[in-house]
Design a protein around this ligand. Structure first.
Ligand code: ZN
Length: 267
């Protein structure tokens, strides 16, 4: 089996300090936290930017975060192009920094209280921008249909194989976090693709463990789950350390950023 790529998603756009006081929000907090996660075994970081605690797509906010991370370590930086209710150019703004990767959600989904709308034109716009800037998309999959949408983008020449998928499981309104669903997703992607799993909330650990055994990769972090255990709040480092321990216990070594670049076919 390939070495395990551990992605950390330290901040996201939803959690707040009042929910978990360890949530890193400012560029410096994110930089310090990511460095600790890197030391614990994370090789990719999925970043969102905040301004006064609120989500923003502002390029200067992303730029500060990227500098804070880069001056500390060489983890692969993946900028989120998510952003409910924001327009295309705004959502693409962080791509100007030419991160190695960026997220690309290939369809729309109902989140618990709001629709996360990604129209076909927006998806094509974002993927074209990534292609032109040499950024590898991580295809965010909330539903099986999004895999087919990604394959269509590949047929149009907007994204290049081998594709990399992130299966988001356990979000209310999207695919439930079950082994059967994960297996179905894995069997539905093109041969030669790489994949990782993001289990939401209490599903993070079991879905990650399943992925380790199945040969996939994992995403941990407070973006998806603020708890370490029932009634115990997590920190990003605790979540990285735990999944690295689990992986090693079952005989799966953990990839360095350089090894992750090779596995993900980054140039
Ligand atoms: Zn995200």
């Amino acid at each position: 089996m390939e070495k395990l790529i551990v992605t950390v998603a330290p901040t996201g756009s939803v959690p707040a300090r009042k929910d978990n006081p360890s949530l890193p929000l400012t560029p410096e907090e994110i930089g310090r936290d990511v460095y600790e996660c890197f030391r614990a075994g994370a090789s990719v970081v999925h970043i969102h930017a905040r301004k006064n605690g609120m989500p923003t797509s502002d390029v200067s906010a992303f730029s500060e975060i990227v500098s804070e991370i880069k001056e500390r370590c060489d983890v692969i930086i993946q900028i989120s192009t998510g952003g409910r209710g924001r327009e295309g150019e705004e959502r693409a703004s962080g791509l100007a920094l030419k991160p190695e990767m960026a997220s690309l959600t290939c369809g729309s989904v109902n989140f618990p209280t709001i629709a996360y709308v990604n129209e076909p034109s927006l998806i094509e716009f974002l993927s074209e921008r990534m292609r032109n800037l040499g950024i590898k998309p991580e295809i965010e999959v909330f539903d099986t249909s999004m895999i087919q949408n990604a394959i269509t983008l590949q047929e149009k020449g907007l994204i290049a194989p081998p594709l990399h998928f992130n299966f988001v499981l356990g979000l209310r309104g999207a695919l439930p976090a079950t082994p059967k669903n994960l297996l179905h997703l894995v069997e539905s992607i093109p041969l030669g693709s790489t994949w990782t799993v993001s289990g939401i909330e209490r599903h993070q650990l079991p879905m990650n463990v399943l992925s380790i055994i199945m040969g996939g990769h994992v995403r941990v972090g407070l973006e998806d789950n603020i708890y370490y255990a029932k009634d115990t709040l997590a920190t990003n480092v605790m979540l990285v350390q735990r999944i690295v321990r689990v992986a090693r216990e079952v005989g799966r070594e953990v990839a360095t950023p350089q090894e992750a670049r090779r596995i993900l076919n980054l140039r």
